[in-house]
Design a protein around this ligand. Structure first.
Ligand SMILES: C[S@@+](CC[C@H](N)C(=O)[O-])C[C@H]1O[C@@H](n2cnc3c(N)ncnc32)[C@H](O)[C@@H]1O
Length: 306
């Protein structure tokens, strides 16, 4: 994973927050969370791996009355093993908890509950069967993702949605192994796949899949296809130039200054062109009366003389 560009200024818009959260996934998160609200599903939200807060800020926006939002990240703390340490120092070296909190509080009045430390802590800190939506985006190494999926299984409500980041990226084979292993052996049922994330549930994916297909078929900016694999229906989605969904700006947003109006374009006219010295009367007469061949000969003779 390449390093996202860190900034030390207050973000004005979600687009200003560094991170890895493409428009298609912003759209899918928004749709799943809104859909749960419409269906009257209540439950807490959980994110493992927040980095600078890009996806957490969007998740926090969907918090309903009485719900809790918990996030977990190592931030500047020590990773639990050497491989995780190498992963973190390569990709997240510029991360600080302060930067996450500054970004989050630019959009929200209060912070979520922050667990500072490895994601293996969440199983003991978050109540079983309490969450309606979990985003797993912490370490991308197999052992950690395996553990995070196990914790999500305990914490997620039966109808809840879990999202696994980087489940098929070339540089994160451990997530791919853990994700498909969970599908084949741990009862996880895919709802849909984006380029970057797998959306799944331990409940029945079909009603959600039907509603999702209905929404996606109305959009011209999503490529869509269906495949069967090992008895699972997979909805594949990809962006076709998709723009992020509308999201409220932060408290630091400054309206861009309207560019000063361009000067009205004056149709080129003889009056607008720079004035040329008027030709002498003799030259005007010569031009009008003599054929072009002769005027050229006269000009050549003049040049020779001078
Ligand atoms: C890919 S980034 C998260 C991106 C973020 N969700 C976004 O929207 O931009 C992964 C994050 O996981 C954190 N992390 C890495 N290993 C971890 C672990 N074992 N436990 C908890 N967090 C971890 C890193 O510090 C980093 O902030």
């Amino acid at each position: 994973m390449t390093q996202a560009q860190a900034t030390d200024t207050h973000p004005g818009e979600l687009a200003d927050v560094p991170g890895w959260f493409p428009p298609l996934d912003q759209t899918l998160f928004t749709w799943f969370l809104d859909q749960q609200k419409k269906a009257g599903i209540k439950g807490d939200l959980l994110e493992l791996g927040v980095y600078m807060g890009k996806s957490a800020i969007l998740l926090g926006h969907h918090l309903q009355d009485g719900e809790q939002f918990t996030v977990c990240d190592l931030f500047e703390g020590d990773a639990p093993d050497e491989a995780n340490k190498a992963e973190s120092s390569k990709s997240y070296a510029s991360l600080t908890q302060q930067a996450f909190e500054r970004n989050y509080l630019s959009f929200h009045d209060t912070l979520p509950t922050v667990i500072t430390g490895p994601s293996s802590l969440v199983d003991e800190k978050v109540a079983p069967d309490s969450c309606r939506f979990i985003h797993i985006d912490a370490s991308h190494l197999y052992e950690h993702v395996y553990g995070d999926i196990g914790a999500a299984h305990d914490i997620l409500l039966p109808e809840g949605v879990v999202v696994l980041d980087d489940f098929r990226s070339e540089h994160t084979p451990g997530v791919a192994v853990a994700a498909w292993e969970a599908v084949l052996n741990r009862g996880l049922r895919p709802i849909c796949l984006s380029t970057q994330k797998l959306y799944a549930t331990w409940g029945d994916p079909e009603p959600l899949q039907e509603e999702l297909l209905e929404m996606l078929r109305q959009r011209s900016d999503v490529g869509l296809s269906l495949q069967e694999a090992a008895g699972h229906r997979l909805i594949r989605t990809r962006s076709r130039g998709m723009k992020p969904p509308p999201f409220p700006p932060s408290r630091h947003y400054v309206e861009p200054v309207a560019a000063s109006a361009p000067a009205p374009r004056v149709a080129e006219s003889a009056a607008a062109r720079p004035a040329r010295p008027a030709p002498s009367r003799a030259r005007r007469l010569a031009k009008d009366l003599l054929p072009p061949v002769i005027t050229r000969a006269v000009r050549r003779a003049r040049v020779k003389r001078s």
